[in-house]
Design a protein around this ligand. Structure first.
Ligand SMILES: Cc1ncc(C[n+]2csc(CCOP(=O)(O)OP(=O)(O)O)c2C)c(N)n1
Ligand code: SF4
Length: 288
């Protein structure tokens, strides 16, 4: 970690976003940059792994180490990055399609492996990049070009799925509620383990149902209640309440110990033990 604290604007790259004006992804990204800066990270110790989708472009818009992965495969890449260099602050970001549809298998196993990283899902309840097909979190009767009568299936519940897979940190935010979004991400970064933050990031172009107005009216801010996220019984009630859209840290296991800490990993690939190959050239030579 650098001795000079980074300002959140240090995490902004020079690349101009091509997101539609008003896209929720702008607010999601701003909160990520602020949370990273507030928690003492800087671009030199941060690695963003991005999925494929409008949301996946975030890796180019932030200044840090970054990798724009294959659709649905950002999480295993993020796990690899963290285990290779536990000193890095690893954030994985992508859409609801990327994480809960094609990437659902990786999602479940990433949750249960509990590697210390933060997973930001920009949930707009639609496939944005490919122009408006329904996603796993779309409402049952949401009409799209690929679902003229609605998907006719109940939406997937990301928090409940993650809880059942052994999730140790479950948060949910709204891109437009900047302060709560940032605070929740900070708590996620500080948590020792895999943190899921499902961020409602409205798609203003293809989703006219799950709008800013809808989330503004619907969201119940847990920080304004006496909710204790470490009280598992009450957290579970909220996780299983599919009628209410909660905001904030919903559940946190205070005893979580990340996979990397259980393995006693620290340092980086630069600190290889004696006798280990000292560089990529030597490794390549060995496997020729
Ligand atoms: C293997 C593979 N299958 C399908 C696609 C096409 N594709 C690109 S992005 C995407 C879904 C995007 O939706 P989401 O993940 O919710 O992100 P958003 O664009 O809404 O941010 C799909 C199906 C692809 N790029 N690769
Ligand atoms: S299509 Fe939707 S998700 Fe994609 S940039 Fe535009 S508003 Fe955002």
């Amino acid at each position: 970690m650098s001795s000079d604290a980074a300002h959140f604007t240090d995490f902004k790259s020079d690349t101009r976003p091509t997101w539609c004006p008003g896209c929720g992804d702008f607010g999601t990204m701003n909160g990520m940059m602020k949370a990273l800066a507030n928690s003492g990270s800087d671009p030199e110790n941060t690695f963003i792994v991005a999925g494929i989708g409008c949301s996946g472009k975030i890796g180019s818009y932030m200044r840090s180490y970054a990798l724009h992965g294959v659709h649905g495969r950002a999480l295993p890449v993020g796990i690899g990055v963290k285990l290779a260099n536990p000193d890095l602050e690893v954030m994985v970001a992508g859409g609801d399609g990327d994480g809960y549809s094609i990437g659902a298998g990786h999602f479940i196993h990433a949750v249960r492996r509990n590697v210390d990283m933060t997973y930001v899902v920009m949930d707009n309840r639609i496939y944005g990049l490919t122009k408006g097909q329904f996603s796993p979190t779309s409402r049952e009767h949401f009409e799209t070009p690929t679902s003229p009568s609605g998907p006719q299936q109940a939406p997937l519940q990301p928090l409940a799925l993650a809880y059942s897979a052994g999730g140790t940190f479950l948060g949910q935010t709204f891109a437009s509620h900047a302060q709560r979004h940032t605070e929740t991400l900070e708590a996620a970064i500080e948590h020792d383990g895999f943190s899921l933050v499902n961020v409602y990031s409205p798609c203003v172009t293809f989703n006219d149902v799950d709008t800013y107005d809808y989330f503004r009216d619907a969201m119940v801010d847990l920080a304004e209640t006496d909710h204790d996220p470490t009280d598992e019984a009450t957290a579970k009630e909220k996780i299983m309440d599919f009628e209410t859209v909660y905001e904030g840290v919903i559940y946190q296991d205070p005893d979580s110990v990340s996979y990397d800490n259980r393995l006693g990993l620290s340092g980086s690939m630069a600190d290889l033990p004696d006798g280990a190959p000292d560089g990529i050239d030597q490794l390549v030579d060995e496997f020729k």
